[in-house]
Every structure is written in C-alpha cells, then in structure tokens.
Design a protein around this ligand. Structure first.
Ligand code: SF4
Ligand code: SF4
Length: 250
C-alpha cells in the first residue's frame, strides 16, 4: 500500500536510506523509470558515451498518449523486466548521476502554472510505501534540506523548462506531432551529441546570428547545449523569439 501526503518546503519528515536496511536496493528492482532530457545528459556523460549510443543501448521510446511527445524510459533488463540496469549488490552504480526521480524519493514534486499570471508554483508530496523501511528511525529533514542534500535543484530547473514546452505544445499544437516536429523535439531534448553536430556541421542556427561566445561554450558544455536545445524547440516549433534575445546577450 502507498500513501501520498502533501508537505510544504518548510515541513519536516524522517528518512534515511542505507545498506543496513532489509529493503536495500529493492526499490531499484521494481522499476518503471522514465528519463528526462537532463537525466539522459547526466547518465550518458557518466558512461562517456555519445547520446545516440546510450539511447540505443539503455532506453526504449514510446509516444505520450495525450501529447504525442516522445517519452524515453530505461530499457527492461533481459532477465528481470523491472530491475534497473544500473543496480548492483553495492547499490546504484551511477549514484552521482542518478535520475531526478531517484534523487527526489521519497518526495514527489508537481508544478502548477496560473493561467492569469503565468507564475508557476511547486507542490510536494511524501510517498509512503509499505516496502520502504527508510522512514523508521530516519534523519529529520525539511523538504528544502532534502533538495539541497540530493542535488536536485539543477534537475528541477531543467525539468521545468521541459514542462514549459509541454504546456506550450498543449496550448498551441494540440494533437500528435508530425514526423518533422517529433524529430526536432527528440534530437534537441534527448540526442544532444547529434544536435551539436546539427548546429556546428549543418549550420541549423547560422541564420540566427547567435552570440559567438555562447556558441563556443555550447561546444563543450552539455547543460548549456540542452538549454539551447529547449529554446530551439520553442523557437522552431512554436515561434518563440526568446532564443535570439537570450543568446545574443549571453
Ligand atoms: S529505504 Fe526505501 S529508498 Fe532506500 S533502499 Fe529501502 S526501499 Fe529503497
Ligand atoms: S538509477 Fe540508481 S538509484 Fe535509480 S533505480 Fe537505478 S540503481 Fe536505483
């Protein structure tokens, strides 16, 4: 059984996860793991692997039922369909680059946006599941302390940029994407090393006259490249002009 309990960022909860617990690693063996663009960036760099090779080896793809957007999940283990491919007897083998949902657990985060003001508000919940023993005798945390300890802020920032695109898509382009739009979204979000080639070898942004210093940074900085990719989607698919302003002054 599981319970979702709303919690504010100042509220406290008790939780500690460690290898002394009988449930250690069990949550990584009961998995249905979606990956955000920033999750993919971190894990493929952990493996020093180009994005297209990582996607082919470790992930599967389907289209979101309502948005038609490509959704990436970790590929099922050949022997155990629900086991994370990165779990080992000693714990998570990619711990420093584990996905946002693994960092956030036992919390879950939602975002709502006011139609009138456009301002987004975060909401948190604590997920209490019977199998998880981490709540017994756990350390006391506020939500804010947990976010800082788990290094979640950068994930939230990048994931919120993606949510903004999904919201734009739903407002401006309801229904399934055509093939070209889907490929643009997929490449700029998930297949970053190919996206970089499109910029520097195929010149897809040459007409935008972007700031040369920013473009130089994008050659080696994947986080900046993903930010550019998310802005490119907004510009290319929805006509948003922020890309020119932001990168000319960057
Ligand atoms: S305490 Fe919870 S999060 Fe930690 S290993 Fe056990 S089930 Fe997983
Ligand atoms: S990525 Fe790491 S923490 Fe997340 S489910 Fe896999 S093994 Fe567990």
């Amino acid at each position: 059984m599981s319970d979702f309990i709303p919690i504010t960022t100042k509220d406290t909860f008790n939780f500690s996860c460690n290898d002394d617990l009988a449930c250690f690693n069990q949550c990584c063996r009961d998995l249905n793991q979606f990956l955000t663009p920033y999750d993919i960036l971190r894990i493929k760099n952990n493996f020093h692997m180009p994005s297209d090779i990582f996607l082919g080896k470790y992930t599967s793809e389907h289209s979101g039922p309502e948005t038609g957007l490509p959704v990436i999940s970790l590929k099922a283990d050949a022997d155990d369909a629900l086991k994370c491919p990165f779990v080992t007897a000693a714990g998570c083998s990619i711990y420093k680059d584990r996905p946002s949902s693994c960092r956030m657990y036992p919390l879950a985060r939602g975002l709502s946006r006011s139609r009138e003001t456009g301002i987004s508000t975060e909401h948190y919940m604590i997920l209490k599941e019977d199998h998880c023993k981490g709540f017994r005798n756990g350390q006391t945390w506020t939500v804010e302390q947990w976010i800082a300890d788990q290094g979640i802020a950068v994930y939230n920032r990048m994931n919120d940029m993606l949510l903004e695109i999904i919201s734009m898509k739903n407002r401006l382009m309801p229904g399934p994407f055509d093939i070209k739009s889907k490929l643009t979204f997929h490449t700029a979000c998930y297949n970053l090393d190919v996206f970089r080639k499109h910029i520097f070898e195929n010149g897809i942004m040459d007409h935008l006259n972007l700031n040369p210093k920013t473009l130089e940074s994008v050659k080696t900085d994947d986080t900046l490249l993903l930010e550019l990719g998310l802005k490119w989607i907004k510009y290319n698919l929805f006509g948003d002009r922020e890309i020119s302003w932001n990168l000319k002054t960057g």
